[in-house]
Design a protein around this ligand. Structure first.
Ligand SMILES: [Zn+2]
Length: 492
């Protein structure tokens, strides 16, 4: 007995058509008109769209960062992802400085496998590329990891020099892997930040002054040129501004294997309206690169329309706005700055440290914001409902392209015979308003508070099993599965 999704409109990256979808076991086995329902459970999808479950390739769950740990873990983060219509994501393993890539992988496996409720993969964030670590890179393929992330920013923490980046690109190219870069010139940022602080410019809005668009454009261009010379597929994460988009366009025009993404917040938030809010409110909107301007928003919408950028992710990495509640110093000392979920479970009023760490010094505000739950809904509202992108382009950007670029297509990212039955049943007419009161993320604010949306997932199915039914959660811990990805993925 299977499950027959009947009378819906199926949307893929190429087509939008009325069809029934039969799911048997974990996969789609038949797509057609008026399929025979005998012996199957029928899900009536009249008036609904059937879309592949969304994929977000840029998240940071339970990430130790900036003197604390990001709030959502592989339990709450997965639930929120699914309520937003996504069924898979790729998170970043971070190599410990001085340790191996596999040391990092063990750590991330330990935080994910027993909690996972949706499917997930890992990128490897390489932070300390010693010779023996360079030699370790090819063995990642045996672990199903095909993507390396390198940082051109965060001097004296994660930043690598150009020699290291170029060598890593050559190794990756040989192995059929893809290199991802955080492209900002960290040397320049490291000069600007102390100068601003010395001038008494300590409020959140000066975060943007410390990381101007020029340093993103310069670093993006440098990475694009190096990728072209190395013949290495490059994926620039969180592109925010014209100079960076143009660097990618130039590389693509030259035939370089370069691609990029932006993240939801960079289409909506601005320095003037958000980062410069009175008091400390701007801290909620601090991420790197910083949010920019309306003019940049227009550039990004055009870039996802014309194919200069291939995906919209979130860089979800959320911290309490008002954190640090309870005897957290003692807890941190006793628990090696970890196990914050247990800490907060003791007493609902307890909170791990958050944005308040940077009161009086913008450089100490943990970077990142919540967003993985709202990604599909806000891009549907402002992309599809506003006429900027078609429903098929929406599916391409949010589901299919990320699966293709990162080596998990067509198992993930489409509705096709043989694909995993990851399906969002999308009600295009339901009107609602985004609010922290109704979010499933572990957060005390959201960045789209009050945003009206028409369209939301009614049900979400993961490999043939219903995990979201309206407001009800049916997922189970440890049901989410690690996605082993394949090398040699196409450059789109
Ligand atoms: Zn990130």
């Amino acid at each position: 007995m299977g499950t027959l999704f009947r009378n819906g409109t199926v949307i893929t990256a190429s087509d939008m058509l009325k069809a029934d979808v039969l799911v048997e076991g974990e996969v789609v086995t038949l797509i057609g008109l008026e399929l025979d329902a005998a012996g199957h459970e029928v899900v009536d999808c009249d008036g609904m769209y059937l879309m592949p479950g969304g994929i977000d390739v840029h998240t940071h769950l339970e990430l130790p960062f900036g003197g604390t740990v990001s709030n959502d873990d592989f339990d709450t983060g997965h639930r929120a992802l699914a309520f937003g219509g996504s069924t898979s994501h790729i998170d970043f393993v971070v190599q410990p400085i001085g340790g191996s890539l596999h040391d990092g992988l063990e750590t991330w496996r330990a935080k994910s496998a027993h909690l996972a409720q949706v499917d997930y993969g890992f990128h490897m964030a390489v932070t300390d590329l010693r010779d023996e670590v360079m030699e370790e890179i090819p063995s990642l393929l045996d672990e199903g990891i095909t993507s390396l992330k390198l940082f051109m920013a965060y001097k004296n923490v994660f930043q690598i020099d150009d020699t290291t980046l170029f060598r890593a690109m050559q190794v990756a190219a040989q192995q059929g892997m893809i290199v991802m870069v955080h492209a900002e010139n960290g040397d320049v940022e490291a000069e600007l930040t102390p100068r601003l602080l010395a001038e008494g410019k300590v409020e959140p809005k000066y975060h943007a002054s410390s990381r101007p668009p020029e340093i993103e454009g310069e670093a993006t261009n440098r990475a694009v040129v190096m990728a072209g010379l190395a013949g290495c597929p490059l994926y620039v994460v969180h592109v925010t501004t014209r100079a960076a988009v143009e660097a990618i366009q130039r590389g693509r025009a030259l035939g370089y294997p370069v691609m990029g993404e932006s993240c939801t917040q960079y289409f909506f938030l601005t320095v003037d309206d958000h980062l410069a809010m009175p008091g400390f409110e701007g801290a909620k909107f601090i991420c790197s690169p910083p949010i920019r301007s309306d003019a940049d928003h227009r550039v990004l919408w055009q870039a996802i329309r014309d194919g200069s950028l291939q995906h919209v992710s979130t860089d979800h990495c959320n911290f309490w706005y008002k954190g640090g509640v309870g005897p957290w110093q003692e807890w941190a000392a006793a628990h090696d700055n970890s196990e914050w979920v247990d800490y907060e479970a003791q007493d609902p009023s307890y909170r791990r440290p958050g944005k308040e760490l940077g009161l009086g010094n913008f450089a100490k505000i943990p970077n990142g914001m919540p967003g993985l739950e709202e990604r599909m809904m806000v891009m549907w509202q402002h992309g599809v409902n506003s006429g900027r992108i078609s429903p098929t382009r929406f599916v391409e950007l949010m589901c299919s392209n990320p699966a293709k670029i990162f080596g998990m297509y067509p198992k993930k990212g489409t509705i096709a015979v043989g694909s995993d039955a990851d399906i969002a049943i999308w009600d295009p007419n339901e009107e609602h308003v985004l609010s922290v009161e109704t979010t499933h993320m572990r957060t005390d604010y959201i960045v789209y508070e009050g945003m009206p949306i028409r369209g939301r997932p009614r049900q979400v199915w993961l490999r043939g099993r219903k995990i979201v039914d309206g407001d009800n959660w049916l997922g189970r811990n440890a049901d989410g599965r690690f996605i082993a990805r394949r090398p040699g993925a196409p450059v789109l």
